[in-house]
Design a protein around this ligand. Structure first.
Ligand code: FAD
Length: 492
């Protein structure tokens, strides 16, 4: 006879506790599979969530269910029926893909999420706006990551954020598949009005998901990946070379006492940067230091000082060649980053030992922020043989963020909510051009959003844009202006 799941000593409790604590992507998925097997649960969607809730009825699990139930009870989700007959494919298990997948699951949609990699390896740390902290708390973040929101914390490492969101997504019935890459779309076969829906070309092509038919595709594939049909705009600013670096945090008393730098920009603190230059020859525009799982620094460095310090070997006109691996002395880059970190923390971090990246190398990188890209539009519709597909972008593939400003994940979450709202309107049968016009009206504001000009009442935030953006005009763009976003016919 099987042991009821609420009895002490029930093996499912131990698996669930392991799932909550799991610190690697594959481990999370492994524990979750084991848990479902142990409980004899199959399927996906909110039905799976209700099954887990009924089976894991002990105090620790109950605390999490009560958070998620509160969230799921919001009127926007219509008790998980708002998108009950919608089938979604989400590309990318970065923070934004996972966050939008959670919203779609709460709306009652079937959600399949693809990730081409099988690990979460980014130590780099993201700045959280107050609403994102509130949002993550409401999803039970502290249950998965005890250090979340302790002290003055307003940041989180990318990998920890992914782990939290992955666990929530799985509990809400999102079907997550790793080592699967989205390569393109397959239009429905057959005659107009016939059977069949949109499918995806996948790598590996043998993936059973190649047969999955969906009516919504949300792309959250990061800065480099945008599905065909979307046009990108480039904004070229003045030369901006970013350096990120992570050092091991041993959480010693001496480390705890060192103050973080939430953003020192040259214009606000000329003396600091002048002293840094005089003492070390390092010339920066800005620097940020966050104490998280690692000691994380992000800075924008001036080209001349990188040349003088031997980090960049030769001056070149085009930025790609300038920062190409052949033109960078990696040891000099490591010294540069370490010296800047040491100076800006008053040499108070006792041992600066580099944390390792996913290639087991010191976690130091140099990036070009001179040219930032954004998508011209946030969504479009494709129609083929009478079958419609709604496509939306969220996260870095919608708007690439400038990391030192730390706007990426907050704007990414706002766009994830906006995309979920769009899917809700789509599922409600709103005419496609109206859905697109409304989405573009909202998208116009994204790049200007800040904690100061979004609604202060963050506890009321939902996928409904009116709860987040004051005085938003959802009809600023008219249906007649977005006709070119409705594409009929074959995929090129
Ligand atoms: P991402 O986090 O980039 O996630 C995209 C996901 O999609 C990835 O997991 C990728 O493997 C997957 N993917 C891509 N294409 C496909 C495909 N075709 N099929 C299946 N899966 C696919 N921001 C900061 O503010 N500070 C930083 O220091 C910082 N460091 C970063 C370092 C790196 C190496 C990268 C890539 C990004 C960094 N960012 C940083 C940006 C930050 O990670 C994002 O703003 C934030 O994570 C939200 O991004 P996202 O979810 O849109 O995309």
């Amino acid at each position: 006879m099987s042991v009821p799941a609420d009895e002490p000593g029930n093996p499912a409790h131990a698996i669930f506790e392991r799932f909550l604590r799991a610190g690697e992507c594959r481990e999370v998925l492994g524990c979750f599979g084991e848990l479902c097997q142990q409980l004899g649960l199959q399927g996906s969607g909110l039905q799976l969530y209700h099954g887990l809730k009924a089976a894991l009825n002990y105090w620790s699990a109950k605390a999490l269910w009560s958070k998620l139930d509160k969230k799921a009870g919001h009127k926007d989700y219509d008790q998980g029926t708002a998108c009950a007959s919608t089938k979604c494919l989400v590309v990318g298990a970065g923070p934004c893909g996972l966050r939008v997948a959670i919203e779609l699951a709460l709306l009652g949609a079937r959600v399949v999420l693809l990730e081409k990699r099988d690990s979460f390896s980014r130590n780099n740390v993201l700045h959280l706006w107050p609403f994102t902290i509130h949002d993550l708390r409401a999803l039970g973040a502290k249950k998965f990551y005890g250090r979340f929101c302790t002290g003055t914390l307003d940041h989180i490492s990318i990998r920890q954020l992914q782990l939290i969101l992955l666990k929530v997504a799985l509990l809400l019935g999102v079907e997550v598949h790793i080592n699967v890459q989205f390569k393109g779309l397959v239009p429905p076969a057959g005659k107009v009005g016939g059977q069949g829906g949109w499918r995806a070309v996948l790598q590996p092509s043998s993936s059973p998901l190649s047969h999955y038919e969906f009516d919504v595709l949300i792309s959250a594939g990061g800065g480099k990946f945008v599905p065909e049909g979307f046009k990108r705009k480039e904004t070229r600013g003045k030369l901006a070379i970013g350096i990120t670096t992570n050092f091991i945090n041993r959480h010693s008393r001496a480390e705890v006492e060192v103050a973080e730098i939430s953003g020192v920009a040259r214009i606000y603190n000329q003396k600091f940067f002048q002293n840094l230059y005089n003492k070390t020859g390092i010339d920066l525009e800005n620097i940020v230091y966050y104490k998280d799982d690692t000691h994380y620094f992000v800075m924008t460095a001036k080209k001349q000082s990188l040349l003088k310090k031997g980090v960049i070997l030769q001056d070149k006109a085009d930025i790609e060649s300038l920062l190409s691996p052949e033109n960078v002395n990696r040891d000099a880059l490591l010294s540069y980053a370490k010296e800047a970190a040491n100076f800006s923390t008053n040499y108070r971090l006792p041992v600066l030992e580099f944390a390792l990246n996913h290639r087991d190398l010191p976690d130091v990188d140099m990036f070009d922020f001179t040219c930032m890209t954004r998508s011209e539009n946030a969504a479009l519709v494709r129609e083929h043989n009478g079958a419609r597909l709604l496509l939306g972008l969220v996260g870095d593939c919608l708007v690439e963020p400038f990391w030192p400003l730390g706007t990426g994940v907050a704007r990414g979450f706002l766009a994830a909510f906006d995309a979920a709202w769009m899917v809700r309107r789509w599922a409600a049968g709103t005419p496609p051009l109206e859905v697109l016009a409304e989405r573009e009206s909202i998208y116009q504001h994204l790049s200007q959003t800040s904690p100061d000009n979004t609604n202060k009442n963050i506890s009321q935030y939902s996928i409904n844009p009116a709860t987040r953006y004051p005085n938003i005009n959802l009809q600023a763009i008219k249906a007649s202006q977005v006709r070119d976003l409705y594409l009929v016919g074959m995929v090129e």
